[in-house]
Design a protein around this ligand. Sequence first.
Ligand SMILES: [Zn+2]
Length: 398
Amino acid sequence: MTETPSTDALPASWPWLEKLVGIDTTSRDSNLPLIELVAERVRGLGLEPQIFHDDGGTKANLIVTVPAADGSRSGGVMLSGHTDVVPVDGQKWQSDPFTATVRDGRVYGRGTCDMKAFSAVALTLLPQFVEAELAQPLHLALSYDEEVGCLGGAQIVKQIADLGLAPRLCVVGEPTTMQVIRAHKSINVLRIVFTGVAAHSSLTPQGVNAIEYAARFVTTARRMADDWRENGPFDEAYPVPYTTMSVNRIDGGIAQNTVPDRCVVEMEFRSIAAVEPTDVVDRLRTTVDDLRASMQAENPAADAELEILAMVPGLDTPADAAAIGDVAAWGGVPSEGKVTYGTEAGQFSGSGIETVVCGPGDIAQAHAADEYVELAQIEECEAFMSRLLAHLSQGGEA
Ligand SMILES: [Zn+2]
């Protein structure tokens, strides 16, 4: 094990990475200290950061554009990163998770891999983009609350549209070991609350059993999941080549001798492109509607409601999209694979921007204790961004 080497052995992006990791941006907390630091620095470069707060005012998205030499702010390339990180609660770390620490050719720290290294590289290269005579603009988009349902991403695509930026291409820098990933599944999280009527369990006709109705719902959900598994549609590029769905939490009842008046079911499904998430939600809603009708036939006070907690769209950029060739030309590693984790890329794609996922680090290290990114990965990302800079400077079709 080696200590943090002298700074001349570290990649150019080290100062930014150290700063970003040093600001605890766990999703439950504010990301404003990080946003304010970035805003101050980019103002120092003569740029005008656009800051959009969430409803609570404790979090914000930041969008900054390096205009083309002719002043144009529309078109060009967007780099996208989320600012938040997952909690370290209950994890055993060898070094302080909020102090970027170099050991054995790796930088350890929460968010090093997912995904502050990418943002650090972009911020490090930003002055060079400002100095260059860009033929087309470069945009940097930093979002909040990606880890809790891509909430900032849903807003940022609207904010990009409102600003009229219309980038032709977006690179979401989630860890892919710099592979060019063009597709991932959608992620949809639902909660269904069954409200029955409590009664002494010797008097079942006077009650409406919330757990029993919830159980019927769970059975229906499992049948749908089994049908996808057996009959497709299939997409063999995924490790699990079909749409999955599972009920992952259930909570109901208070005592063995009381008919339960409440049961809460939490579930998620992850769809491939051939399955439309809103159709799945509609089917589940129909099931809930039918169950509610049966419950209310027993007692009109009963109820059942389906609530959508998050719907993060999937990504399915065509294999022959120009963005894929471009990102590969800048050093992204070509890949046939599709990934199982969700990102903001589906939101960008859904707003009409050709989008790929490509960033330093391995997703296997994300969210874990002793999260790290290889120094070599950071250097690869720096080389990638230098090629992007050259491309945009040369007036290439971006
Ligand atoms: Zn991430």
